[in-house]
Design a protein around this ligand. Structure first.
Ligand SMILES: CC(C)(COP(=O)(O)OP(=O)(O)OC[C@H]1O[C@@H](n2cnc3c(N)ncnc32)[C@H](O)[C@@H]1OP(=O)(O)O)[C@@H](O)C(=O)NCCC(=O)NCCS
Length: 179
């Protein structure tokens, strides 16, 4: 499969709106409760513009995940802090319709390449819900190692929920499967 990543642009808003609407029920258990109007195209334009402001400020690397030239998901390296930390939080999702083909695994490999080889970061951290085995596979296949359980870590689907935290360091071997 031909998986690529790139930064989003405001002209992606229509495609992102459709994708979020299509995946609304699929993503709800894994996401914060979405604000009123999230599924309007105007909100998606604003969301992309904010992501690009964050990119310009060096605080975030936002990506859309593309399959054969169409957007099928998103990934973000957020909370980028330099100094003595040089670390970031990774988040991602891939459309239910194209799941199970290795797309997230490949995309996260590319995002890590960006983090370490282009952005010069030292560490990428990711947290999954404790029973999100599918997402845990995506991380471990990409060379992430489990750190441990963070209690009440994120407010997901309206509840503070425990997360398993994972990390990959710049000099850890990665192992993205072939695309
Ligand atoms: C998690 C998610 C990103 C996976 O995307 P994907 O493109 O289907 O992932 P891949 O195909 O690259 O890999 C999925 C892996 O999980 C495995 N898997 C799939 N369903 C599974 C299940 N129910 N239990 C255990 N493993 C499962 C697959 O077999 C595959 O592993 P393998 O390559 O060793 O066989 C996607 O389902 C998603 O966006 N889910 C909702 C949001 C989310 O969870 N985001 C991550 C938050 S931390």
């Amino acid at each position: 499969v031909d998986v690529t990543i790139r930064h989003p642009t405001p002209s992606d808003a229509a495609a992102l709106t459709r994708l979020h609407l299509d995946n609304r029920a699929f993503l709800e258990p894994f996401d914060p409760v979405r604000p009123e109007g999230f599924y309007d195209e105007g909100s998606q334009v604003a969301r992309v513009r904010f992501a690009l402001e964050e990119l310009a400020a060096g605080r975030r690397y936002p990506f859309v995940i593309m399959l054969d030239g169409r957007i099928v998901g998103e990934a973000n390296l957020s909370n980028v802090v330099r100094g003595a930390w040089h670390s970031t939080n990774l988040g991602y999702w891939v459309s239910e319709r194209v799941g199970g083909q290795g797309i997230a695994s490949r995309a996260i490999g590319l995002v890590c390449e960006h983090a370490f080889q282009r952005a010069g970061l030292h560490r990428v951290e990711a947290g999954t819900l404790v029973d999100n085995v599918r997402s845990q596979r995506v991380l471990t296949k990409n060379g992430f190692r489990e750190i441990g359980l963070a209690r009440s870590y994120l407010r997901i689907a309206g509840h503070w929920q425990d997360h398993l935290l994972y990390e990959r360091l710049a000099d850890d071997p990665g192992s993205a499967p072939p695309g």
